[in-house]
Design a protein around this ligand. Structure first.
Ligand code: UDP
Length: 453
């Protein structure tokens, strides 16, 4: 209530970054905030536009992103992000300015919450005198590793080369230089521009982090000391939001009845997320490794997984499907949260995108880490060396190594110990999201702050 008893506007604009691993936490946050009485508008790009079907209470607004097809298909993420920020600035500002003219009771925008990679949204908010809050969809450890990369850039040490790659990074245990998030794609200057922009909080009033205190506490204390605005760690948000699909691809639910038929703790789930790519040779080695491990597996082979091929299922080696028969299930896209929560699933071979890793941790499922690029390598090291709920497959993808790694995780003593630790960690994460837990309390504080605007 305002001082004259007038109800203050409770309309929030959310600006997701157009990739699956960013859309998911932003829509989860929207769902949580909606359940706490806010009305939600999602302003998004045309590229990778989220599907409104599962969120009938949200107002979805597409703005022109000006991305040419050849840029989208180049997969050059820094250039795409720079273009999205440059091209969307004006349409976003126009759209929000229009909302601010609204005569409707809750039409005016009380806060813009934007993904850190949609950093120009902060200047839109600032220029319209609207409070803003940044959402970081990754870990605190990745943030600090990126900071260290910025220091190396200033010292002229990036790109890293030679024997230093194997060395540990002082003060950043358990990272080695080769684990730092330094994927440059084609141009160092584009990479640097994105990383520098993503770091800045600018005029924003707070930072929301999709992580949980019990996983990252010492680092969190460090960033809280350095950050001049409050940090709210409210993760893992998928556990506080009802399970509503936020997928860009259609989930294949036929894998659930298949999982129902498998023995408890018998299945390895395999997925490399929405962006990572492998070669046709690596696909074949994965396939034959899964065939050789002699255990049931559920494998996500999404369109685009193999570089340069859309119809990736046709790239599977001849005789593979017939060879594994009903023991293996292949889908183009899975309902991952449901899969990880299924009692048949005992291990996850993952690229270690943060959403996948934290979804696995939240279900007590240990991991085989096969990071591809960027933050994935940092997360893999934390999974294996700090939380100790997984192992990394570092050698070249080769069928015998694949089969051995899967068996190590699924049936050998070492893997069983990892599963025990994973179950224990799940318990601690659960406490964080329950009433009185760290994420629960931070969510309340965040909501109080938004209401105070
Ligand atoms: N995901 C899914 N079905 C799949 C594979 C992935 O729903 O078959 C979801 C997964 O649950 C996660 C997201 O896609 O929330 C991927 O995000 P992540 O950060 O793990 O990796 P990215 O795709 O960004 O590399």
């Amino acid at each position: 209530m305002g001082s004259e008893g007038v109800i203050l506007p409770r309309h929030l604009v959310l600006v997701p970054c157009p990739y699956q691993g960013h859309i998911n936490p932003m829509l989860q946050l929207g769902t949580i905030l909606h359940s706490r009485g806010f009305s939600i508008s999602i302003i998004h790009t045309q590229f990778n536009a989220p599907c409104p079907r599962n969120h009938p209470d949200f107002n979805f607004i597409a703005i022109p992103d000006g991305l040419p097809d050849h840029l989208i298909s180049s997969g050059n993420i820094p250039v795409i992000l720079l273009a999205v920020n440059a091209n969307c600035h004006k349409p976003l500002k126009d759209r929000v300015a229009q909302m601010m003219q609204s005569e409707k009771p809750n039409g005016k925008v009380s806060c813009i919450i934007y993904d850190e990679y949609m950093y120009r949204a902060e200047s839109v908010a600032n220029s319209l005198s609207i409070p803003s809050i940044m959402l970081r969809t990754n870990t605190v450890s990745t943030f600090l590793a990126r900071d260290f990369v910025l220091r190396l850039i200033d010292e002229g040490q990036i790109p890293l080369q030679g024997s230093i790659m194997e060395k540990p990074v002082p003060e950043h245990y358990p990272l080695r230089y080769k684990d730092l998030p330094t994927t440059i794609f084609k141009s160092l200057s584009n990479f640097v521009e994105v990383v520098k922009n993503v770091r800045l909080v600018g005029s924003s009033s707070a930072v929301i982090w999709n992580t949980v205190e019990c996983l990252e506490n010492p680092l969190l204390v460090q960033v809280k000391q350095q950050c001049r605005v409050p940090i709210f760690t409210v993760g893992p948000m998928h556990k506080s939001a009802p399970q509503l699909s936020t997928s860009l691809l259609k989930e294949d639910y036929s894998c659930i009845p298949w999982l129902d038929k498998q023995a408890e703790n018998s299945v390895i789930y395999v997925s490399l997320g929405s962006v990572a790519c492998i070669s046709e040779h690596e696909l074949a080695e994965m396939a034959w490794g899964l065939a050789k491990c002699n255990l049931p597996f559920l494998w996500v082979v999404r369109p685009g997984l193999v570089r340069g091929t859309r119809n990736v299922q046709q790239s599977l080696p001849n005789g593979f499907r017939e060879g594994v028969g009903e023991r293996g299930r292949i889908v183009e896209w899975a309902p991952q949260e449901e899969v990880l929560a299924h009692k048949a699933v005992a291990g996850f071979w993952s690229h270690c995108g943060w959403n996948s890793a934290v979804e696995s941790i939240a279900e007590g499922v240990p991991l085989i880490c096969r990071p591809n690029f960027a933050d994935q390598k940092v997360t893999a090291r934390y999974v294996t060396h700090v939380w100790r709920v997984g192992m990394q497959l570092e050698e070249e993808l080769e069928r015998d190594a694949v089969a051995a790694a899967v068996r190590r995780l699924m049936v050998e003593e070492e893997g069983l110990e990892m599963r025990e630790r994973a179950v224990e960690l799940k318990g601690r994460v659960e406490i964080g999201t329950r009433r009185g837990g760290s994420s629960f309390k931070d969510l309340d504080k965040l909501i109080d702050m938004i209401r105070s605007f």
